[in-house]
Design a protein around this ligand. Structure first.
Ligand code: UD1
Length: 367
């Protein structure tokens, strides 16, 4: 019998799971592939990890590294040490990494030193802000990758400017949108907003976890105060990320969350989040995934960051990046509430077929 090609897929943190799920589904359809899922354990809380496996119908990881939290160096190093041992045992023909989290970076470095072929899904995104840990992870991962799959046309320009051989770059689309399209009907049925006692299109959804926003006392205070002001006229649903909650507690800011219209909850699963987002009037976020998902669903999105690597969501989608300019925040909210906000279009190849394209390219590689 012919030997199967071994492909390892790496997932570690919450935003990885919705990207890995459609990829592994497509790769599993190719009979000459043996696909192995490794979970680094960067995220480990039920609501940050297991709940996503359940919602996404993602099969249990074949290997769990259980690295947990730590400083960037500690976390990245622990993943590298544990993953190196596994990859030496497995001897994969290809490793696939997604996005820009520390698990992605750690896996890229290990593969490069073991001379294992590496594919990066969501390559070429750049915020041009080296103070963002994810920007460092993106640049290093792309530099070490043999196959670079991009979600938007401008990603290839970024890579070519950095000297990447254009033959390695494939514009395949957004795998996160594959998952969204698949699970949208379930999210539509859920009508999760009703659990919060709010009306459809009459509330906003907020998510925050970027270190630049939530690790800095002044910044997080400014944001929470703005949210409580919004909540006086429009209910705010705010599922709080563990990093954000830890900081709110440490700074003694929990009292600011105790407002009738400010509904702070534990992090929610994929389908519930999608359901709340699709029925919201608008979203306020610093998450990459939510900038993409809101663009696809044409929900207005206000991003509390100085820049974005997902420039396509601002150029043609519904996103506006405003930093921490709270005056501008209220002007934009007025525009949205009076229906004077841009409508947005869906970017090319955000069509539910990105994983199929990627699997097709990988298949050809091994034929
Ligand atoms: C990570 C990613 C970020 C991504 C985000 C989504 C990096 C550099 N950052 O940031 O790009 O957008 O995930 O969530 O990889 N914690 C828990 N339980 C968990 C996970 C984390 O309590 O299951 C707490 C811990 O206190 C931990 C902190 O959150 O120290 C931060 O977690 P970490 O994975 O280091 O980074 P995120 O902020 O989640």
């Amino acid at each position: 019998m012919k030997r199967k090609h071994k492909i390892v897929l790496i997932a570690g943190a919450r935003p990885n799971f919705m990207k890995i799920a459609p990829l592994i589904n497509e790769l599993d359809k190719i009979r000459s592939f043996k696909n192995i899922l490794i979970h680094t354990g960067q995220h480990y809380d039920y609501s940050m990890s297991e709940l996503f496996f359940r919602d996404l119908g993602l099969r249990k990881p074949d290997v769990y590294l259980g690295v947990g939290s730590g400083t960037h160096a500690e976390q990245t190093a622990r993943i590298m040490i544990a993953l190196e041992k596994e990859l030496i045992k497995i001897k994969p023909d290809l490793v696939i990494v997604v996005g820009d989290v520390n698990s992605t970076l750690a896996a890229a470095i290990v593969c490069s030193k073991l001379c294992i072929r590496l594919a990066h899904v969501e390559a070429g995104l750049r915020s041009f802000d080296m103070t963002m840990p994810e920007e460092v992870n993106r640049i290093v991962t792309d530099r070490l990758s043999d196959l670079l799959f991009t979600i938007s046309a401008d990603s290839a320009d970024n890579l070519i400017k950095e000297g990447v051989d254009r033959k390695k770059i494939f514009f395949t689309g957004n795998v996160m949108i594959d998952t969204l399209i698949k699970l949208k009907p379930r999210a539509e049925k859920l009508n999760a907003y009703k659990n919060y006692g709010v009306e459809r299109k009459n509330y906003c959804l907020v998510t925050l976890h970027r270190p630049s926003n939530v690790d800095n006392r002044d910044n997080i205070l400014k944001i929470i105060k703005a949210l409580s002001e919004i909540s006086l006229s429009l209910p705010v649903i705010f599922p709080v990320h563990p990093r954000t909650l830890n900081n709110i507690d440490e700074f003694g800011f929990r009292k600011y969350l105790k407002k009738p219209g400010l509904i702070a909850t534990a992090p929610v699963g994929y389908i519930e989040n999608l359901s709340v987002m699709m029925n919201a009037r608008f979203v306020i976020t610093d998450s990459g995934g939510i900038q993409s998902e809101s663009t696809f669903m044409k929900i207005p999105c206000i991003t509390l960051r100085k820049n974005t690597e997902l420039t396509v969501t601002e150029k043609i989608g519904t996103n506006t990046v405003i930093g921490l300019d709270t005056e501008r925040l209220f002007v934009i909210i007025d525009d949205i509430m009076s229906d004077n906000y841009k409508k947005g279009r869906i970017p090319k190849y955000w069509d539910g077929k990105a994983s199929e394209r990627i699997a097709g390219i990988i298949k050809k590689l091994f034929l």
